[in-house]
Design a protein around this ligand. Structure first.
Ligand SMILES: [Zn+2]
Ligand SMILES: [Zn+2]
Length: 326
C-alpha cells in the first residue's frame, strides 16, 4: 500500500506492506480521505515527528476487514479520531483527557496519509462512528478538528449569550466561531486576511479586519486560534476585565501573558488541546445538523501531491487541505 512519510524536509510517497488484521481485534480500513491538520504542519516543520512517520488523523474510511465486538461491519463508512483516554487516571478523572498517558500513546496505524489504516478495538468502541449519510466525505473529515473546537468551547465554560471573540479565521477559527454560535454565544471573528473575514461574514457571523476593530470592543471570552505572537496583544486588548482567554494554538516565540495583566485584570488564561469521545460525538451532531457548515473550506489534493498540500498550507495559499485517497 502507498503511504506518505516524512523524509528529512520532505513528505515522500513510499510503498509499505499491505495492512491486515493478522489475528488482531479491530479493523483495517481503506482511507477515503484525510484532512491535513495544523498540528501535522507543526510536527513536520519543527521536526517533532521522526523520519518515517506517517502523519494525518482526520480520516474518513471504509472498513475492509474486521474482528470486533462492536456492530461495525465490512463496507461501513466511518469517521474516527486517533487518541483514546483511559478514563481512570488523574487527568481523565479531572477532565484533562488529552493529558492522559494512554491518550498520548494510542494512535491509528500507520497514520491517516496512507491507503489503509489499522484501528484497534478501542478505537471502534470509543471514537469511531458511522459517517452520517447527509455528509460528504470531506464534510465528515471535520469530525476531529471540530471536536477540538467543541472541547475549547466547553472548557471556556462561558455563560449563555456571552460575547466571544475568535482571533484568527483560518479553518479552525471558522469552525470555532460556528461552534461558539451553536453553543449560544454572541460571536465576533477577526483576521488580517480580507477573504477570511468575508468567509465568516458569509456564514452570518460578525467579522472584522484586526486593523479595523473598534478599540473599545471587549469580549467575555477570547479564543486564540491564530498562531501569531502578535495576536496575544490583540487578545489582551479585547478581553474584558475578568474575562477568559482560551489558548488554542502554539506560537513561534512561546511568549506568555503578562503576570500583572492577569492579576490586576483578574483574567483567566486556559488552554485546550485534544477532544474527548463526548466532544467528538457532539462535533458529529453539529456537522450532521449543519449547525457547523464546512463546505468550501477544503482544497482537494491526491495522495501523490501531498507535498504540495503541505506547501500550500504553510504558505497560507489555502484554508485547509483534504487528501483524497479513496
Ligand atoms: Zn487535527
Ligand atoms: Zn487517563
Amino acid at each position: 500500500m502507498k503511504t506518505a512519510v516524512i523524509s528529512k524536509d520532505k513528505i515522500v510517497i513510499k510503498q509499505a506492506p499491505d495492512m491486515t488484521l493478522n489475528g488482531r481485534q479491530g479493523a483495517v480500513v481503506k482511507v477515503l480521505g484525510c484532512g491535513l491538520c495544523g498540528s501535522d504542519i507543526v510536527k513536520f516543520i519543527h521536526k517533532i515527528s521522526k523520519d518515517g512517520t506517517v502523519l494525518g488523523h482526520e480520516i474518513v474510511a471504509e472498513i475492509t476487514e474486521i474482528n470486533s465486538k462492536t456492530n461495525f461491519k465490512i463496507g461501513d463508512r466511518i469517521v474516527t479520531s486517533h487518541h483514546i483516554p483511559c478514563g481512570e487516571c488523574v487527568y481523565c478523572r479531572n477532565g484533562n483527557v488529552s493529558m492522559c498517558k494512554h491518550f498520548k500513546e494510542t494512535n491509528i496505524v500507520p497514520g491517516g496519509f496512507s491507503e489503509y489504516v489499522y484501528l484497534s478495538e478501542e478505537h471502534l468502541q470509543n471514537v469511531a462512528h458511522l459517517k452520517p449519510e447527509n455528509l460528504s466525505d470531506i464534510e465528515a473529515s471535520f469530525y476531529e478538528p471540530l471536536g477540538c473546537c467543541v472541547r475549547a468551547v466547553k472548557r471556556a465554560n462561558l455563560r449563555g449569550n456571552s460575547t466571544a471573540l475568535v482571533i484568527g479565521l483560518g479553518s479552525i477559527g471558522i469552525l470555532m466561531a460556528q461552534a461558539l454560535k451553536a453553543y449560544g454565544m454572541e460571536v465576533t471573528g477577526c483576521d488580517l486576511i480580507p477573504d477570511r473575514v468575508k468567509r465568516l461574514r458569509n456564514l452570518g457571523i460578525a467579522a472584522f479586519n484586526v486593523k479595523e476593530m473598534d478599540p473599545n470592543f471587549e469580549a467575555d471570552g477570547v479564543f486564540m486560534t491564530s498562531g501569531s505572537d502578535k495576536a496575544i496583544n490583540t487578545a489582551l486588548k479585547h478581553v474584558r476585565n475578568g474575562g477568559k482567554i482560551l489558548v488554542f494554538s502554539s506560537t513561534p516565540n512561546n511568549w506568555g501573558y503578562a503576570n500583572n495583566e492577569i492579576y490586576y485584570r483578574e483574567l483567566t488564561v486556559l488552554g485546550s488541546y485534544s477532544p474527548s469521545p463526548v466532544d467528538l460525538q457532539d462535533s458529529l451532531n453539529l456537522l450532521k445538523s449543519k449547525q457547523v457548515k464546512v463546505d468550501g473550506l477544503s482544497t482537494i489534493y491526491e495522495l501523490d501531491d501531498i507535498q504540495k498540500a503541505f506547501d500550500d498550507t504553510i504558505n497560507n495559499r489555502i484554508m485547509k487541505a483534504y487528501i483524497d485517497i479513496g
